[in-house]
Design a protein around this ligand. Structure first.
Ligand code: PLP
Length: 398
């Protein structure tokens, strides 16, 4: 596996910096723009509006829903990290998903993986059909399923890899080839890996969405999202939609996310190291039926993950022997690991997909996706691995 910096191509035009290295871009892209005072950090502009120079002469920014210098710094930073031509920072991950799905219109059909984030599933299954956009959920581990699901109305392909919560790995190159063959727009939700480990645009994906609530911000103190586009055509449409629908991030939350993203590189490395240790511990534990972590050699997507990503990520899922009843005893018993939804923060969290993150999927849909009652999804934080393992050991004996 190559180091992040070796794989990241030169991106000299986005974010105002010349650096090739990923960590350097995290710290500097979009940030170094205060020519008045040379402040080391981006100022927060907590203003709703901006004065005009005269009639017909607006300043660079006119109204914060449409644009704000603090948010712009974050957008330039994220575009540079994901290798896109531009980015829009949104108020939540779901508003990023909403903006991206506005690339389609009534009458269009989209194909999505069947084991995607529950909130995205709810939007696709419940809300978008009422607006005339239909989504089919298929198992994208078999690329042939795209041909089977495609109709003459199909316009898009929605990819989430590793999938949530089972961490299935999709072959993005093959999916993009199939999508291109049918003229589909490909959108990838890159929340679980972040651009530190995967940059879908390099693999031909058209549009990337993130819940910035997770690894990008990384400190569990913001909800936010981002849409990064690989082409000007998509970037212009997303910019229009984010303004028209009022989906943009606030200046203060943009600033917090920008502060968080500066440490993305080292944070993600620590998440990955800890997750591998935790996965190996869980694999040997008597109370655990099965561990899902792409870093383990026996994970079905291990070889693909090794070539496609720059690391295996910080998420580990596992089935408990004893199902729901065991989960009810174990999960509130940890001292360090908080029983809570969300992921990607520096502190470890775990949640029960069956009754929490994926409860908006029907029981049948959860079973089809392979989500059982004993499944636990653990977001491994950056604490000392030994403390996390001791905490898990204690809780598992509950
Ligand atoms: N995409 C994925 C993969 C997620 O896990 C989540 C939230 O958990 C979202 C999108 C939605 O993000 P948010 O909660 O910031 O709206």
């Amino acid at each position: 596996m190559q180091a992040i910096n070796e794989r990241t191509p030169a991106l000299e035009t986005v974010g105002g910096i010349r650096a090739k290295g990923f960590a350097t871009r995290c710290v500097h892209a979009g940030v170094d723009q205060d020519d008045s005072y040379k402040s080391a950090t981006t100022p927060i502009y907590p203003t709703s509006t901006f004065g005009w120079h005269g009639l017909g002469k607006p300043a660079t920014y006119d109204y914060t829903r449409s644009g704000n210098p603090t948010r712009r710094a974050l957008e330039e930073n994220l575009a540079a990290l994901d290798g896109g031509v531009d980015c829009r920072a949104t108020s939540t991950g779901m508003s990023a998903v909403t903006a991206a799905m506005n690339l389609f219109e009534a009458g269009d059909h989209v194909i999505a993986g069947h084991d995607i984030y529950g909130g995205t599933y709810r939007l696709f299954a419940d809300v978008l059909p009422k607006l005339g956009i239909d989504v089919s959920f298929v198992d994208l581990s078999d690329v042939g399923n795209i041909d089977a699901a495609k109709t003459d109305k199909t316009k898009g392909l929605w990819i989430e890899t590793p999938s949530n919560p089972l961490l299935n790995i999709l072959d993005v190159g093959k999916l993009v080839d199939a999508a291109k063959k049918h003229g589909l727009v490909t959108i990838a939700d890159n929340t679980f890996l972040s651009p530190a480990l995967f940059r879908p645009i390099e693999h031909g994906v058209d549009v990337v969405v993130h819940s910035a609530t997770k690894y990008l911000n990384g400190h569990s103190d913001v909800v936010g999202g981002a849409v990064v586009c690989g082409s000007d055509e998509h970037a212009q449409r997303i910019s229009y939609v984010v303004n028209a629908m009022g989906l943009a991030q606030s200046p203060f939350d943009s600033w917090l996310t920008l502060r968080g993203v500066k440490t993305l590189g080292p944070r993600v490395r620590q998440h990955c190291d800890n997750a591998m240790k935790v996965a190996m511990f869980l694999k040997e534990h008597g109370e655990v039926e099965r561990v899902y972590y792409p870093g383990l050699g026996d994970h079905p997507g291990h070889d693909l993950a090794k070539t496609q990503f720059d690391g295996f990520g910080g998420m580990v899922s596992f089935d408990l022997k004893g199902g729901f009843e065991k989960a009810k005893r174990v999960m509130p018993s940890a001292e360090l690991i908080l029983l809570a939804e969300s992921l990607g923060g520096i502190e470890s969290l775990w949640e029960h997909p069956w009754s929490m993150s994926h409860v908006s999927m029907s029981e049948a849909a959860r079973r089809t996706a392979g989500i059982g009652e004993g499944l636990v999804r653990l977001s491994v934080g950056i604490e000392d691995a030994g403390d996390l393992i001791a905490d898990l050991d204690r809780a598992l004996s509950a």
